[in-house]
Design a binder for this molecule. Structure first.
Ligand SMILES: Cc1cc2nc3c(=O)[nH]c(=O)nc-3n(C[C@H](O)[C@H](O)[C@H](O)COP(=O)(O)OP(=O)(O)OC[C@H]3O[C@@H](n4cnc5c(N)ncnc54)[C@H](O)[C@@H]3O)c2cc1C
Length: 372
């Protein structure tokens, strides 16, 4: 049957949904407000749990020399450090390269990818959707997937609860050239946040931190805040002083929330970060975006017969599978974040890793899924 599906947002969740649905004969239009390729704030460490799926679907970017990450280092604000090997590990690749590669795959699968076009409104009427985009075009669709990321104006228009409170966080990302092991990801604490460093492709490294909006307001600029707060961790001081920074200016985002979100809003099926953002220290948001897209597109494809209860069935199955797969992970991520960003708790966390590495492993396991 001739389903029409509109996807809002062309990050990992949007692109993977689009590819899987289009390959199964569904007519898919994907709106992405930016133009590929582009940089976005992200630590760019992907858990290996996605590798079997990406390889099976020919979506692993084999032509790019990704890094392979097996070691984890954690440092306190004062500079105490501990290391663990990662059970599952991950790989590093820039979103610039990965999302661009997937957008090409989406076009090859027959998706209508509309770049530089944002969705402004979505209305649900008479069991179908009317979508209006920034070009002024109106379209209709049988299903709409919301994959527009951490937060956006659509959340306010949909009156989603989490969007009513301002977020206390900012995210900042650089690409750098530096002297750092290729197989290690380090998380360095500073007052009010933490900064990750790990290798991506082409001998480059990702340096990305979660900081506080309050610090930025207090010090007036990113540079001044880094000087006064971020570089207080001796490991970060060394990195900031001994690296080539490859961007003219950092990528910066604010207004994102780790609070629980509704999965289905006005019949729009939310996916990836739009359904729930796991705290970045878990290094699992990208894997969750990809996995949630697999779950959602498979449910839509398994329910292709028409019938009065079809939409209800899709929504119920998606809610049940999403809760079973991700709800606990998000909760563990929120609890673990409390161990970061303060002198006392970051010292406790390093002590915990040293004294009881099995607890640290258990927490890590709790934020990750099994390979799929
Ligand atoms: C500081 C920080 C560090 C992180 N580090 C890591 C990490 O190392 N590893 C990891 O796995 N995860 C990490 N994450 C999380 C990870 O970035 C996300 O979970 C992941 O990007 C989610 O993908 P997505 O497709 O849901 O959303 P996104 O990748 O954000 O994609 C959403 C897309 O929608 C587009 N869009 C938005 N609104 C509209 C609209 N109205 N119309 C059309 N298009 C629209 C946007 O331009 C964007 O391209 C980090 C997050 C933060 C904040």
């Amino acid at each position: 049957m001739g389903d029409k599906i509109t996807i809002i947002g062309g990050g990992l969740a949007g692109l993977v949904n689009a590819i899987l649905l289009a390959r199964n004969g569904i007519s898919v239009t994907l709106f992405e407000k930016k133009t590929y390729p582009f940089h976005r704030v992200c630590g760019e460490y992907i858990s290996n749990e996605v590798v079997p799926f990406l390889k099976k679907e020919s979506l692993f970017p084999e032509h790019i020399k990704t890094s392979s990450i097996r070691q984890f280092e954690f440092t306190s604000i004062k500079g105490r450090s501990n290391e663990l090997s990662l059970d599952l590990g991950g790989f590093g690749i820039s979103r610039y390269a990965l999302d661009h590669f997937l957008a090409i795959k989406a076009r090859e699968a027959g998706v209508e990818v509309r770049e530089k076009e944002a969705v402004n409104t979505v209305r649900f009427l008479d069991n179908s959707f009317e979508i209006t985009s920034s070009s002024g075009t109106k379209r209709d669709a049988d299903f709409v997937i919301g994959a527009y990321g951490k937060s956006g104006t659509l959340d306010k228009k949909l009156d989603r609860g989490f969007a009513k409170k301002r977020s206390p966080f900012i995210g900042v990302k650089y690409h750098i050239k530096t002297d750092f092991p290729q197989d290690k990801i380090a998380l360095h604490n500073f007052e009010g946040g933490y900064c990750g460093i790990s290798a991506i492709e082409d001998d480059k490294f990702n340096l990305c931190y979660l900081g506080s909006r309050e610090s930025l307001r207090k010090y007036g600029s990113i540079e001044a805040m880094e000087e006064a707060v971020v570089r207080k961790n001796p490991y970060l001081k060394v990195i900031f002083e001994n690296s080539d920074f490859l961007f003219d200016k950092p990528e910066v985002i604010n207004e994102f929330s780790f609070r629980p979100k509704s999965l289905i809003e006005n019949h729009i099926l939310m996916c990836g970060d739009t359904a729930g953002l796991i705290t970045p220290l878990c290094g699992n948001g990208m894997a969750m975006a990809i996995h949630s897209a697999k779950i959602l597109s498979e449910i839509i494809m398994a329910n292709r017969e028409t019938g009065e209860n079809r939409r209800l069935k899709v929504e119920r199955e998606y809610q049940a599978q999403w809760n079973a797969t991700f709800k606990h992970r998000l909760w563990v991520g929120r609890q673990t974040q409390r161990l970061f960003g303060s002198k006392l708790t970051s010292e406790i966390a390093v002590g915990l890793m040293k004294g009881s590495p099995w607890i640290a492993r258990k927490i890590m396991k709790g934020t990750h899924g099994e390979p799929f």
